[in-house]
Design a protein around this ligand. Sequence first.
Ligand code: ADP
Ligand code: MG
Length: 240
Amino acid sequence: MIELTRVTKRYGDKAVVDDLSLTVARGAFFVLVGPSGSGKSTTLKMINRLVGIDAGAIAVDGRNVRDMPAEALRRGMGYVIQSIGLFPHWTVADNIATVPRLLRWPEARVRARVAELIALLQLDAAEVARKYPHELSGGQQQRIGVARALAADPGIVLMDEPFGALDPITRDALQGEIARIHAATEKTIVFVTHDMDEALRLGTEIAILDQGRLVQCGSPADILRSPANDFVRTFVGGAD
Ligand code: ADP
Ligand code: MG
């Protein structure tokens, strides 16, 4: 569903993503994991064309992203980042409805979809209708960010350290929710984290990056059973 072929991105003379090839299968929970600065966010942003590439190619559903209008490409992909970026002067419900309204869905359909997402994410319907983002906890805001990304039912959801700023208990709850949503909706998720525990818990497929290069790609079991090198061994060893 998403194919990166020998992708390189340079800033100055440094290749921050270096000759990276990856295949993300439809329905995968694909985790890109690596230390800070290893090129994870840049990789995600190349997939939705927030960042251009210097060499190689990226295809989504068999089409080169370079040949797709960026707006259309992004509407087919939800995107959740750590600093949620909800619109502060809109109610939570209006935040969730952002993309469906951009797509000019009839208002009745928008409302029905918001109601579905309230159920899917176990949100409080009265709160969603009435409250503004700053009136919610960080965990609730992040849940709204996930609901907003899912609103127009994109086939692909890109998530960049979405739970990184949360306390451990809230993070654990949201990890459980995103796993449940993945199982229920069969979406293709590309999830970025620097946390190997999180990668092993959530991923059906894990790609480990170090300094812009792919070190190993496989199922959690593959990686635990046969780490490709000392870097992976140490990285996995740090997880419990
Ligand atoms: P990660 O998400 O794994 O922490 P990033 O993809 O954000 O890593 O960054 C990879 C490297 O690229 C880092 O060294 C970072 O400083 C550099 N980098 C990222 N974005 C830019 C930019 N816009 N300009 C210059 N350097 C950048
Ligand atoms: Mg990052």
